[in-house]
Design a protein around this ligand. Structure first.
Ligand code: ADE
Length: 239
């Protein structure tokens, strides 16, 4: 089974519409909808915006459903010139740009306890998503996705995140979902269509483009769920 998490309804509703035999369970105010996307068994959830809701959702999903892998799908602000509105950012890893114990001598972004800054996403999943994006005619880049409890719309902050973490896109949930998956040893990937420039135009561009670009992230995610499950099943059959 593949778990699919989006922060907002618009990031998930296109997948819900494709689901057969849907069954809903509500935990802590979050609806978990399990069913089949074609031949693939999935559970979908709209977690809400920000790191706390995202972590709550990912942990609940992992505890209550037999998920082999988790996909976080949705939109992001671009942090690099090569990604424009409608293009796709795929995670090689995630960071939390608002994690900061530098006052205690740690590097900015280091997550105490696991003591790393960059949490690795599944390489296998990222490679499958890259392939699908290409087949769908989408420009994509795989790299670091930066997460924090902040809507990015300021050039200085954007440049700081890009230069500090070498990040390609910024959003508000992926790093948190990645941390939950990492500690639970569940492979994950983030798929984000670019909705805005994470700069001065973001407050206007985000609402203007969010609906349009989620068609791209949803199309790729639907195919990715099937491809990832097929790969996992194949690897397990070799064990
Ligand atoms: N998701 C989409 N655009 C974003 C932005 N500019 N900042 C944070 N999250 C986002």
């Amino acid at each position: 089974m593949i778990g699919i998490i989006g922060a907002m309804q618009v990031e998930i509703e296109g997948l819900k519409a494709m689901l057969s035999e849907p069954k809903t369970e509500t935990v802590s105010g979050i609806d978990f909808i399990s069913g089949r996307l074609g031949q693939t068994s999935v559970v979908l959830a709209v977690c809400g915006v920000g790191k706390v809701f995202a972590a709550l959702c990912a942990q609940t999903m992992i505890l209550r459903y037999p998920v082999d892998a988790v996909i976080n799908t949705g939109v992001a602000g671009t942090l690099c010139r090569a990604l424009g509105i409608g293009d796709v950012a795929i995670s090689s890893d995630v960071v939390q740009h608002d994690m900061d114990t530098a006052g205690l001598g740690d590097p900015v972004g280091m997550i105490s306890g696991i003591d790393i800054i960059h949490i690795p996403a599944s390489r296998t999943m990222a490679a499958l998503v890259e392939e699908i994006a290409k087949e769908e005619g989408c420009r994509s880049i795989t790299g670091t996705i930066a997460t924090g409890d902040q809507f990015l719309c300021d050039r200085e902050r954007k440049n700081w995140i890009r230069s500090t973490f070498n990040a390609i896109a910024g959003e508000m949930e992926g790093g948190s979902i990645g941390q939950v998956c990492y500690v639970n040893k569940v492979p994950f990937v983030i798929i984000r269509a670019i909705s805005d420039d994470a700069d001065g135009n973001a407050p206007e561009d985000f609402p203007a483009f969010v609906e349009q670009v989620t068609h791209t992230s949803i199309r790729i995610t639907a195919r990715a769920a099937a491809a990832v499950q097929e790969r996992i099943d194949h690897e397990q059959s070799l064990d």
